[in-house]
Design a protein. Sequence first.
Length: 483
Amino acid sequence: MNKILISCLFICSFAYAQKPIKPYGATPAKRQLAWHDVEVYGLIHFTPTTFEDKEWGYGDADPKIFNPTNFDAEQIVKAAKAGGLRGIILVAKHHDGFALWPTKTTPYNISKSPFRNGKGDLVKEVQLAAQKYGLKFGVYCSPWDRNNPQYGTPNYLAIYQAQLKELYSNYGQLFMSWHDGANGGDGYYGGAREKRSIDNTVYYDWKNTWAITRKMQPMANIFSDVGLDVRWVGNEEGHAAETSWATFTPMPPQGKNVAVPGQANYPESPVGIRNGKFWMPAECDVPLRSGWFFHAKQKPKTPEALFDLYLKSVGHGAALDLGLAPDTRGLLHDDDVAALQAFGQMVKQTFAQNLAKGASIKSSNTRDKTHGTATLLDGNKQTFWASADNVHQASLEISLKAPQTFDIISLQEFIPLGQRIEGYNIEVLKNNTWEKVYDGTSIGAKRLIKLAQPVTASKVRLNITQSPVCLTLSEFGLYKKSA
């Protein structure tokens, strides 16, 4: 009887230890997990507006002005890849209404330009270059069209939806369908040259328009001010807030009654909303230069500035979307290529070696053997350390093989189970005394902590102080920024 009881207790204990961890709050869909892996991507602006040396085209430019005699999609994509970008979004149609593919929906398209003798398809060329060099591809088709005579009338919606269907049908699997909040104003409108206003809460019928995206490109993340998959961070400066939640609940701004692209609760966008209704991480978009379109008088951001933005976007659980602007030749300027390459090298060299590799990690609590501390240093974010269900605070003491000098600490939660941790601090052992070097709140997909000064230590301690549920952590890293 005793043997049976002991066996039963052992089996029950083992079963409890292997009990699946319940997800917490909103969690990412498969397409969103794939998006998190991209981290840094580019947004290409290249239309007749480039040749007008403007930021926004009015919609009245002659298609013949679009004549990039040296356009080379591979040059642009290779420069992006050297910069560490893993995806490219092409602005297939900006607000000027000029379509970069031979669309059937409007005569104002690339077939009316001298490009490739009127036989070109720039969207296809960029898609194929991205495919060749292993970058994901996405598109942006502006809902506002300053050229189309039907804009502002009920007839335009069918035109816009047909443009999306063409882009969704002919350019492979997309990782993003990108949308912004440009919603009417002055334009050419087929020669009317007038201001047209629309009610952006109903005009684009976003519910049914995005249903087309879901049906035709189920792995494409929908980006806009209000998601559905990725939200705008609320600025075009390339950074998220220090505390950065991947969850969000889109709400209308004060005085409005519907949350749609072009009007949303922007004060909450950089931070996100703790326990928001949806998993809706932030994209931090910023042009490589100061403008989205190429202007000869502008210069690209320095590699140091780009690295700082990387820490404040990707390092805050968001993504960095860099605006790339080909010049009138149809190439990225040499200065842009050099800046991207130096930035890419800086990121690559900085994170090439985890200085914590080979360390021993002692935890105040570990759920079971499957979720042990060894998973934190295996370079595989699919494995993770976890605490028992009733343990919402824990300490992890990392003992390095030898003293290391570092100034970046990397943490990653296992986000398929949600964003769980709400408070933590990091200490290093100096002269046999634990010294706090950082106090934090959110972790999420990735948290990169840049210390004010490099630290040399052989022991580091992570104290997780606040969480509503049991803890998960998939990766821990120590790095020294490359010069």
